[in-house]
Design a protein around this ligand. Structure first.
Ligand code: NAG
Ligand code: NAG
Ligand code: NAG
Ligand code: NAG
Ligand code: NAG
Ligand code: NAG
Ligand code: NAG
Ligand code: NAG
Ligand code: NAG
Length: 469
């Protein structure tokens, strides 16, 4: 960290129209920002963006003698404030702490020091963190900065290809933070590009014509595997609560308070750039939290729930169609923004993070564990599909959060890609028998039976009203 006090003052001055608070505790932000990034992979996908930690080292640019034919992106919105429901839970825990009549001992003692809860306005709940609404001017992890940085990396990586493809539509689901992420990204591409932002409804009534098939799936049951998920020992939570209660006589934190502290830590990082709450946990407790989150995602939105392969088929089917039509379609760049679970559903259908070992509540499977949810869909997650031609042959591969993730059964092509023909066969097998509309009972909420927005946006003009969710 090379910033010094004069830089802090300059930043404060530059941005004075946004009424930034200079961090109340002198120097805290400066000394803490950047020191907590090793915790991001353990915060259940709620922490700021980080590159996939298990990279195999394969360069992410198209192999040298190959020419790009199509790029697809399915990205998550960027760093954000808690949702309304999570905000309510955090507020409950904060009220307990606020009303504690003594000063705190131990890891909570930072609260004695004029601590101010990081959700300053309720209207920030659900929203992308930005330069404007961040808790301090130095936050390097705002969703706004992340999206703008991502766009610059995109420009640098695909420079040559983009020269001939400066005009395209970008698709965003109709959640406000998703829309905002797409706008920040587009803004950062600069005015050489003519981009048409299409806002696709994520209301259940959108049916199959959506980036968020999970919302149009009334048959989806988050409790389908509660018996498995519920068997993971929550001793790590009672340990935290007991430790804090013992340090502070009369404090009555519960197991669910302890659980809330993890998302407190994550979202405060998104809004402020650091969080003293993150220092409450031991690494062992963070590992338990992270695995507990993997386990519930795996059985609610991932490979552990058989219905999910059908949910993700809605987008994967469209993605496959775009790949097959790459020569015919004028548009070569297909960028879409949506929610974490939608990306997870899709990757479940692709089968990219399923090694066949079912996650188990009785132990942490350290060796056989490819399903690290937070590695796959952190805030600002980005899943690219690259199609390129080398000599006379076309190839397809995936780049997830800055790492090439080859298909286990098909990686003999350049850059560990899969020959297009073989990829289509593989995809066909993953999609076989997967019927989104039937599995989800979608007809009870919508009559839309097909994802068409990629093909009809010019005539349909997608401009759904933004939802604060
Ligand atoms: C499907 O929707 C109909 C109409 O709302 C409902 O009666 C039926 O129980 C649903 N079936 C499932 C499996 O959810
Ligand atoms: C743990 O698993 C057993 C056996 O499947 C089941 O009976 C029990 O309800 C589960 N416990 C919880 C808390 O879900
Ligand atoms: C804080 O710790 C000190 C020293 O161990 C102890 O005397 C005091 O009672 C503690 N305060 C509370 C509120 O637990
Ligand atoms: C904590 O709970 C105990 C027992 O339930 C109660 O006596 C005590 O007043 C509570 N303390 C606070 C600070 O709420
Ligand atoms: C895939 O899309 C085609 C139309 O392009 C549709 O006929 C088919 O049912 C879809 N399959 C799945 C699995 O969604
Ligand atoms: C978890 O592992 C135990 C012990 O190996 C086994 O009995 C149990 O069936 C497994 N549970 C699941 C859900 O696979
Ligand atoms: C590429 O295709 C053309 C026309 O089908 C053929 O003449 C040529 O030999 C092929 N080149 C390679 C390297 O396969
Ligand atoms: C589907 O279309 C029928 C006939 O137009 C209509 O009566 C029904 O309300 C629609 N259902 C939904 C869920 O939109
Ligand atoms: C979307 O565009 C249509 C046609 O231009 C217009 O009638 C409608 O009001 C617009 N909807 C929203 C939410 O802006």
């Amino acid at each position: 960290m090379l910033l010094d006090r004069s830089v802090l003052l300059t930043l404060g001055g530059l941005c004075s129209t946004h009424a930034f608070a200079i961090p109340p505790r002198k120097g805290t932000a400066l000394s803490k920002i950047g020191t907590q990034e090793h915790l991001f992979p353990f915060l259940g996908g709620a922490a700021p963006y980080f590159s996939y930690p298990g990279s195999y080292g394969i360069p992410i640019g198209p192999p040298s003698h190959c020419e790009l034919q199509q790029i697809q992106l399915l990205a998550r919105h960027g760093e954000r404030y808690p949702t309304k429901s999570s905000g309510k839970k955090l507020m409950k825990t904060w009220n307990k702490l606020k009303e504690y009549p003594h000063s705190f001992n131990g890891s909570l003692s930072f609260i004695n020091d004029d601590y101010e809860f990081f959700v300053r306005e309720n209207e920030n709940l659900e929203m992308e963190t930005s330069l404007k609404n961040s808790v301090n001017a130095l936050n390097p992890y705002s969703g706004e900065m992340d999206a703008k940085r991502h766009a610059q990396q995109f420009l640098a990586l695909y420079e040559g290809f983009l020269e001939g493809n400066r005009e395209f539509a970008v698709f965003a689901s109709s959640s406000e933070r998703v829309h905002d992420t797409a706008e920040f990204f587009i803004e950062s591409l600069g005015d050489k590009f003519q981009v048409s932002l299409q806002v696709v409804s994520e209301d259940p009534s959108a049916g199959a014509n959506t980036l968020s098939a999970g919302y149009a799936c009334p048959a989806w049951d988050p409790d389908a595997y509660t018996e498995i998920i519920g068997n993971y020992s929550t001793k790590y939570l009672t340990d935290i609560a007991e430790r804090l209660n013992n340090e502070n006589r009369g404090l009555n934190l519960t197991e669910s308070d302890a659980n809330n502290l993890f998302s407190w830590c994550a979202y405060e990082l998104n809004a402020q750039g650091y969080s003293d709450m993150c220092d409450v946990f031991t690494m062992e407790e963070l590992i338990h939290y992270s695995y507990n989150d993997d386990l519930s995602s795996y059985y609610q939105d991932g490979p552990g729930y058989s219905m999910i392969q059908a949910v993700g088929a809605n987008y994967f089917n469209a993605s496959l169609k775009l790949l097959k039509e790459s020569d015919r379609l004028d548009q070569k760049v297909w960028l879409s923004f949506t929610h974490d679970t939608d990306i997870l559903n899709y990757l479940t259908t692709v089968g990219l993070f399923d090694d066949g070992h079912k996650l188990n509540a009785t132990y942490v499977p350290f060796r056989n564990h490819v399903f690290h949810k937070s590695w796959i869909i952190p805030q600002g997650a980005r899943v690219y599909t690259q199609k390129f031609q080398c000599d006379n042959e076309s190839y397809v591969r995936y780049v997830v959060n800055d790492a090439v993730i080859p298909l286990e059964s098909c990686s003999e092509g350049p850059g560990f890609s899969c020959k297009a023909e073989n990829f289509y066969k593989y995809a066909g097998e993953r999609l076989a028998g997967q019927n989104f509309l039937e599995a989800c009972n979608t007809s009870s909420v919508s009559n839309n039976t097909e994802l068409t927005f990629f093909w009809d946006w010019k005539s349909a003009h997608y401009n759904a009203s933004l939802l604060n969710e």
